[in-house]
Design a binder for this molecule. Structure first.
Ligand code: PEP
Length: 246
């Protein structure tokens, strides 16, 4: 049995007063839920959000980490620093980082290793573009992203995957539950080839315009173990409803 996991990716949104209202409203609305829940604010607000979460059973995560341990790398934040700030999770290889920062599979492999070594659980994001899907290459692309990023790992322990079709991120377009389930089952089959002993325990999240209104039907699919949520995580009511649906 995989405990559902729901992760908020605030991206580059937030400000002191907004964060305070968002987190306290969300915590007040969060009543009955069985999912594990993680908030990933921008790095500069990790301390603020850690304080706001207090002793509540909601974890802290980061949106990215460096592929280097430490040194003269201006602007970078290491996995160890994130752990030191209270993070337990880190998103790795979000499509926006792949697109705007040219993050390669080899770089992501290094980030996964750094994150795990620091005691963080990385959430590796994979997903195809609209053109790749239309060309019938979605599975090929996702498999290559998985195997490329996992190349330095010996097993699948301490890891989660997020399938995020690029065409569904922030667009309002959601993969149908069947489209998402098909890809999640495919991802699990690739993972079984990689590490049969741990593939069934690994959580595969769906991401791409998840909202309060479509969460339950996505979560009802066999291989969808939760969600990585962008836009809707900035709305306390919507995000609490998504967490409760998981
Ligand atoms: C994301 O940022 O990972 C995401 C899925 O965004 P949205 O929910 O806004 O599509």
């Amino acid at each position: 049995m995989r405990q559902p996991l729901v992760i908020a990716n605030w991206k580059m949104h937030g400000k002191g007063a907004f964060n305070q209202a968002l987190v306290s409203d969300f915590l007040a609305l969060l009543k009955e839920y069985r999912a594990a829940c993680v908030l990933c604010p921008p790095t500069v607000y990790l301390g603020q959000v850690a304080q706001l979460l207090g002793s509540r059973d909601v974890m802290l995560g980061a949106q990215d980490c460096s592929h280097i341990d430490e040194g003269a790398y201006t602007g970078e934040v290491s996995a160890e620093m994130l752990r030191d700030c209270g993070c337990e999770w880190v998103i790795v290889g979000h499509s926006e980082r792949r697109q705007y920062h040219q993050e390669s599979d080899a770089l992501l492999a290094a980030k996964l290793t750094r994150a795990q070594r620091a005691g963080l659980t990385p959430v590796l994001c994979v997903g195809e573009t609209q053109e790749q899907r239309e060309a019938g290459a979605a599975e090929h692309v996702v498999k290559a992203q998985l195997l490329g990023a996992l190349s330095d790992l010996s097993d699948l322990k301490g890891l989660a995957i997020a399938y995020e079709p690029v065409w569904a991120i922030g667009t309002g377009l959601t993969a149908t539950p069947e489209q998402a389930q098909d890809m999640h089952a495919f991802i699990r089959s690739v993972l079984r080839e990689f590490d049969a002993a741990n593939a069934d325990a690994l959580r595969i999240l769906y991401g791409g315009s998840v909202k309060a209104g479509n969460a339950a039907e996505l979560f009802a699919q066999t291989d969808i173990d939760g969600a990585l949520v962008g836009g809707a995580s900035l709305d306390a009511e919507a995000f609490a409803a998504i967490v409760s649906a998981a």
